[in-house]
Design a protein around this ligand. Structure first.
Ligand code: AP5
Ligand code: MG
Length: 189
């Protein structure tokens, strides 16, 4: 089994690279952002709650996202592995993912972090907002808050994975194909 966490700020390319990884290695992508957005589209109770937070660039409650991750893992017994995109986002989520995996005798193999400067992140997200109409990509101030929150609350969990010897960083500012080739090198090492 192969389990990878794609780590990095909003707009760094986690979703883009996840798609390529799952295609090549036959894995399942778990994007908490995509799962939340589909709840928002369905106007479920959870979606309505999540939308308020996502609209302001804040994190959704740990219990909600952890429940989603747990369901996705349960729904895919015996699969070739998972790519986590946008999860974990704080130490509590990282620890709970370890617990969920431990009880199933699974293991995170690699945590790959995509490095992109802040100006480029904002540019990419606003561009995507114009092209794809994603509701949380529309307002520059809120997008900036999302990026800020990554650096103040999420980035710190890189230390958690450095200690476990699972962490690698990549330049996320080259082409999509060059970044993917770098990820494959890490996986095949
Ligand atoms: P989420 O959906 O995870 O958004 P995010 O982390 O802000 O990341 P993005 O999806 O914006 O960017 P990405 O890294 O996937 O980049 P992409 O490949 O699209 O989360 C949304 C919200 O949900 C959060 O704000 C929070 O409220 C909530 N949430 C989600 N997970 C949560 C959790 N675990 N706990 C609590 N709350 C949670 O690329 C971006 C753009 O750049 C695209 O247009 C792409 O085409 C382009 N691009 C990609 N690579 C390149 C490249 N190399 N060169 C040029 N352009 C590129
Ligand atoms: Mg994404």
């Amino acid at each position: 089994m192969l389990n990878i966490i794609l780590f990095g700020p909003p707009g760094s390319g986690k979703g883009t690279q996840s798609k390529k990884i799952i295609e090549k290695y036959g894995l399942i992508q778990i994007s908490t952002g995509d799962l939340l957005r589909s709840e928002v589209m369905m106007k479920s109770e959870l979606g309505l709650k999540a939308k308020e937070l996502m609209m302001t660039g804040k994190l959704v409650n740990d219990e909600i996202v952890i429940g989603m991750i747990d369901n996705k893992i349960r729904e895919n017994p015996g699969c070739a592995g998972f790519v986590f995109d946008g999860f974990p986002r704080n130490i509590k989520q990282a620890q709970i993912l370890d617990d969920l995996f431990l009880t199933r005798k699974l293991n995170i193999d690699f945590v790959v972090s995509l490095l992109v400067n802040e100006e480029e992140l904002i540019k990419r997200i606003l561009q995507r907002g114009r092209e794809q109409n994603r509701f949380d990509d529309q307002n520059e101030l809120i997008v900036k808050n999302r990026v800020k929150l990554y650096f103040s609350e999420t980035k710190i969990i890189s230390d958690y994975y450095i200690k476990q010897n699972k962490f690698s960083s990549l330049n996320g500012e080259t082409t999509i194909d060059a970044i993917f080739a770098d990820i494959c090198k890490i996986v095949q090492k």
